[in-house]
Ligand binder design. Structure first.
Ligand code: IFM
Length: 802
């Protein structure tokens, strides 16, 4: 079933049926003022922290997406009412017509009922810390209409989300609302002292511009009424708010405006929500009296976001590929880059920091679009590397570089563990810096980045180059009996705890890859001593990895007792995806191993919805460190189709030149490809989730944990670097596409180091990969490398595959 379509021109996903299988969300604003909105207006907002700055209430773990930012309309003659979003009133869909346009940082919902058209746009103005809901209401009938509008928001009683939800004997008694002219003001903890910096005193507001306030409510129960819900608030049903405010009860903001609309007349009403004192709120509201302000702000948002996305655009024969690479996968990468795992309809906001590996991986998803924005975050993440070379498992949002506590390897109850809930180092964290830094240097050409001096999390400082060396040391100082890196508390897989003595093949491949990258840097800088060190240790590591080859696959690692994890003969978990894809990505696997291992992946792990993380799942033969056995078989890390790993499968197949297979993996796991199977996938068809249930599940194909997932970046890299073949290095751009043989070719428009590249890739022989010839601005060039020195302001590149 299909509920909407991609509008590539406007970079929107348009939802044409509001009864989507789940609330389908969009992100507005930034973590400074964050807002999540569903296609039916459901969602919540927060200031700085989803956990500690929650200002709009939301009920998690329900598939109806309540409450939200609602505007009710009442026809006072007909005594009928509805909402500008289909929910919460939920009028019959044969009478209520609606379309939701989720765009880049704004959402517009257009609805028609009883000859009244409404167009509601939600957004957070660029660099501002409040939100705007603008509705334009048009009378499409031929008679005057006597209407009332009711803007409604349910405030939390406490900024701390958990306190608001569970500590009711306290939070109900610290809040009150007042009505001040055109706004409801909510006061929280004002008795704790009216010192904006030193107390818990907070003020929020909900104001309206464009229509006079006829009546109001600041008391939730007075607006909704007893034994009622958001779908039939008593105030709306009877036609008036009773001006009651809350005191020792739940707060809300509800503003009623009575309006008469002539036939054909449109009225614009603007609601604004924020956490500001009344004086600032008045200034903000007053600014919206200026005609055209909302349109100008939305235009500015669109210009900003489209400007970002337009740095890399493709035109291929596949709409699914174009929609994802040009708009939605790219936008999702920005959202994960900005928001990490902070807040969604699944993440309640309690994770108050950046996961080291997650964020360093997320950065990769935007490097091809905005390398300098990426560099800022790389610097930040390097400042969260401990001087022993490891990464802090969780980097607090208020990270104090140089002054942080760290995990204590001999004490799982260290101060850091108590502060963050993360007792130990993970094996992979700092190793993600290598591909990320390398991609940044490739995209920007900024080799001097390696000389920048950055502090360690716990004090001291070094150049980026030295930081990277310490990351290598961290692994080298923690080798196990098979001279492979210890798996520690987790490697990339949070459910695989191999411990201090167990060893991880995945991390060994990462380390092998890291060694190749740093050796390149060492040679370039004339650090021959370090290059010689790598020349010694990398082949040794290679030997250990060679011993991990088990006939037609690489094993997953060793347990602390020396037993193999992922041996071919094992009754469960005998085949794992990541060691196979990473054997290729790392450059370690021989041609034969690479071909064999990836073929086995296809044979054993592939499903119609993507490639499983491993097979068979753990049920009866798990060991203590195989934490995933607690999940149902074919779910999450226990044999589910873990979305993040699809990107590595796409990349590995592309590196092997297998364009058909790479694209097959792209399509199987692509949200866009499930657009007409929304009832199976459930999740938004425009964003990746964390995982998809695999074939043993009665709900095979259903995806979970929307938006905030490392999948954004790995799939983006798989598509851009892999399928599109954009592989920049410090000197220029290697072009090496791996595409379906059926494609006649495709085009890329790419901004690169201040120049614009128009790349026309032609495939007359219908091959999957291999560059036969290339011209740069009409001049024939050997091979498939375009030196930066050949690039002009507008560079036209023609690549012929064959
Ligand atoms: O790699 C992890 C990630 O850090 C959090 N989500 C699950 C992934 C796989 O375990």
């Amino acid at each position: 079933m299909q509920y909407g379509y991609f509008d590539l021109e406007h970079k929107e996903y348009v939802i044409t049926r509001p009864d989507t299988p789940a609330p389908w969300a969009n992100y507005l604003g930034s973590p400074e003022y964050g807002a999540i909105v569903s296609n039916n207006g459901g969602g919540y907002s927060f200031v700085k922290s989803g956990a500690n700055g929650r200002i709009i209430r939301y009920r998690f773990n329900s598939n109806i997406g309540l409450p939200g930012r609602y505007i009710y309309i009442r026809d006072n003659d007909a005594k009928d009412y509805w909402s500008c979003t289909w929910q919460p009133v939920g009028k019959p869909l044969d009478q209520y017509k609606t379309e939701c346009h989720h765009g880049t940082a704004y959402t517009t919902i257009k609805s028609d009922y009883a000859d009244i058209h409404s167009e509601l746009t939600y957004y957070v103005p660029l660099n501002k810390t409040y939100e705007v809901w603008r509705t334009k209401i048009t009378n499409n009938s031929d008679r005057y209409r006597n209407l009332s509008t009711f803007g409604f928001v349910e405030f939390t009683n406490e900024n701390n989300y958990e306190q608001d939800q569970v500590n009711l004997q306290y939070t109900l008694f610290i809040t009150r609302t007042s009505f001040e002219g055109n706004k409801i003001v909510q006061h929280i903890n004002e008795n704790s002292g009216k010192d904006e910096n030193g107390s818990n005193w907070r003020e929020r507001f909900f104001g309206v511009v464009g229509a006079p306030v006829s009546a109001y409510n600041g008391n939730l129960d007075s607006f909704i009424g007893s034994y009622r819900t958001y779908g039939n608030p008593v105030a709306v049903e009877r036609g008036f708010c009773d001006n009651k405010l809350n005191y020792n009860s739940n707060a809300c903001g509800a503003l009623q405006s009575d309006i008469i609309l002539a036939p054909g007349e449109t009225k614009e009403i603007i609601y604004v929500v924020g956490q500001k004192n009344p004086k600032v709120a008045d200034e903000i509201l007053a600014a919206y009296n200026e005609p055209g302000k909302v349109d100008a702000e939305v235009k500015e948002l669109i210009a900003y976001w489209h400007g970002q996305l337009n740095n890399f655009q493709i035109e291929t024969p596949s709409d699914e590929f174009n929609n994802m690479v040009n708009v939605w996968n790219a936008y999702q990468c920005f959202i994960t880059f900005i928001w990490s795992r902070a807040a969604s309809f699944i993440y309640c906001g309690l994770r108050n920091g950046y996961g080291y590996r997650d964020t360093v991986q997320d950065i990769q998803g935007i490097i091809h679009i905005n390398p300098e924005l990426a560099a800022e975050k790389i610097r930040f993440m390097i400042s969260a590397q401990v001087d022993n070379g490891g990464g802090l498992p969780l980097v607090k949002f208020d990270h104090k570089a140089g002054h942080e506590t760290c995990p204590d390897e001999n004490d799982e109850n260290s101060i850091y563990a108590k502060e963050t809930g993360h007792p130990c180092y993970r094996a992979d964290d700092a190793l993600w810096l290598f591909p990320t830094v390398n991609k940044y240097i490739g995209e920007s050409g900024n080799k001097a980045f390696l000389d920048e001096v950055i502090v360690y999390a716990n004090g001291g400082e070094d150049t980026v180059y030295e930081h990277l060396k310490r990351a290598i040391n961290f692994s080298m100082e923690r080798l196990g009996a098979h001279t492979m890196p210890a798996g520690l508390y987790a490697d990339w897989n949070d459910c695989l705890r191999l411990g201090k003595k167990g060893e991880s093949t995945f991390v060994a491949f990462q380390l092998y890859y890291a060694m190749s990258i740093i050796k390149g840097y060492a040679l370039d800088r004339g650090d021959n001593e370090y290059a010689a060190y790598i020349d010694k240790v990398q082949p040794e590591l290679g030997k250990s990895l060679e011993a991990c080859w088990d006939e037609d696959r690489f094993i997953r690692g060793y347990r602390e007792n020396g037993e193999i994890v992922g041996a071919k003969k094992d009754p469960e978990a005998s085949m794992w995806l990541n060691p196979q894809s990473w054997s290729v990505i790392s450059g370690f696997a021989s041609d034969k191993q690479a071909e064999t291992a990836m073929e086995k992946v296809h044979e054993i792990l592939n499903t119609p919805f993507g490639v499983k993380i491993m097979e068979p799942p753990y049920v009866d033969h798990y060991f203590d460190g195989a934490l995933m056995h607690i999940f149902n078989p074919d779910t999450k890390e226990n044999g589910g189709i873990f979305s993040q790993t699809q990107g590595w499968a796409i990349l590995a197949e592309s590196l092997l030149g297998h364009g058909d297979r790479a694209f097959e993996y792209f399509l199987e796991s692509s949200p866009a490809n499930m657009n007409d199977k929304a009832e199976v996938r459930i999740l938004e068809p425009y964003v990746h989730g964390q995982f998809t249930e695999s074939t043993r599940s009665p709900y095979a194909g259903r995806s979970h944990v929307h938006w905030l997932t490392g999948t954004g970046s790995t799939v983006m890299v798989g598509c851009v670097e892999g399928i599109c073949g954009m592989r920049p290095n410090a000197e220029g751009l290697v072009i090496s596409p791996s595409i379906p043989h059926t494609w006649d070719g495709f085009k890329i428009e790419k901004n690169f180091r201040g120049k614009h590249l128009s790349i026309d890739i032609q495939n007359p022989d219908h091959v999957q990969s291999g560059v036969k010839s290339m011209t740069v601005n009409g001049e024939a060039v050997e091979g498939n490398f375009v030196c930066e020195c050949k690039m002009t302001e507008q560079t036209n590149i023609v690549v012929v595959l064959g």
